[in-house]
Ligand binder design. Structure first.
Ligand code: KIV
Ligand code: NA
Length: 275
């Protein structure tokens, strides 16, 4: 029904109604998210959330392309953004273009996201000048976890000025929106006021132009990971645990399958079965 949104539509939402964004990594979840969101992000969080990796540093371009293809099949209206994984864009603008072009041609994504501020400004300028819309990501940038020494909040104290500068640089380089991750509210408000593109916050307060969460986190599907910035809208891991336990008990007690689930011999052939 409704026309598909584009990166320029997202940029034009600055100062208007809040932008709604969630991650997705699979077709069925992409279908659910597409119904209600403006932006669907195939985040490199897929490595931790679906593949059990200890951080996003080990995520590959091949993984992003595989999950990007799956998500694309589930979308009709939301803007699809695919994360550039660690190692696929930092070396040079040319390397970034090759990786991003591969992501876009293979997956049908409308845009890519990459982490960093001043260090990636030249790359953002290079990609946007060549037809690749870019979403920025500043503040806590998880691909730099080894440099940060953990996932602590960024932008408290002196650090704030650097993050403001990073956000301004990313916006001036041509990004159509920027994720602000895990920074204090006052800094998020300042950045949102100072730059011309929408800010999309995760752990960055309601002062942003939009919000993003990892869908498995907000659905309560991701084990015991409970950061302060995630609101749980469901407890699907608990529901799944109860369902799997009930199934296991039913099989052990021979309560499943019952007549409802059994193929009879209605076709009149004894050996045929119904496939
Ligand atoms: O990988 C991811 O899911 C992200 C969002 C949380 C912003 O980068
Ligand atoms: Na990410």
């Amino acid at each position: 029904g409704q026309r598909a949104l584009t990166p320029p539509d997202i940029a034009a939402r600055k100062g208007k109604t809040p932008l709604v964004c969630l991650t997705a990594y699979t077709t069925p979840v992409a279908k659910l998210v597409d119904e209600h969101c403006d932006v669907v992000l195939v985040g490199d969080s897929v490595g931790m959330v679906l593949h059990g990796m200890p951080s996003t540093v080990g995520v590959t371009l091949e993984m992003m392309i595989l999950h990007g293809k799956a998500v694309r099949r589930g979308l009709q209206s939301a803007v699809m953004v695919v994360d550039m994984p660690f190692g696929s864009y930092e070396e040079s603008p040319a390397q970034a273009f090759r990786s991003a072009a591969l992501v876009m041609t293979e997956t049908g994504a409308a845009a890519v996201k990459l982490e960093g501020g001043e260090s990636v400004a030249e790359t953002i300028r290079f990609l946007t000048a060549r037809g690749i819309p870019v979403m920025g990501h500043v503040g806590l940038t998880p691909q730099a976890v080894n440099a940060f020494g953990g996932y602590h909040i960024q932008g408290r104290g002196e650090d704030a000025e650097r993050i403001l500068r990073d956000a301004m640089t990313v916006a001036e380089a041509g990004a159509f929106a920027v994720v602000l991750e895990k920074i204090p509210e006052a800094l998020a408000r300042l950045i949102t006021q100072e730059i011309a593109i929408p800010t999309i916050g995760i752990g960055a307060s309601p002062a942003c132009d939009g919000q993003v969460l990892v869908v498995d986190d907000m659905l309560g599907l991701f084990g015991t990971f409970r950061p302060k910035f995630v609101k749980r809208y469901a407890e699907l891991a608990d529901a799944a645990d109860a369902a799997i336990m009930a199934y296991a008990n039913d099989v052990r007690e021979r309560r499943f399958p019952t007549a409802d689930h059994v193929f009879g011999d209605e076709s009149g052939t004894v050996s045929g079965g119904e496939g």
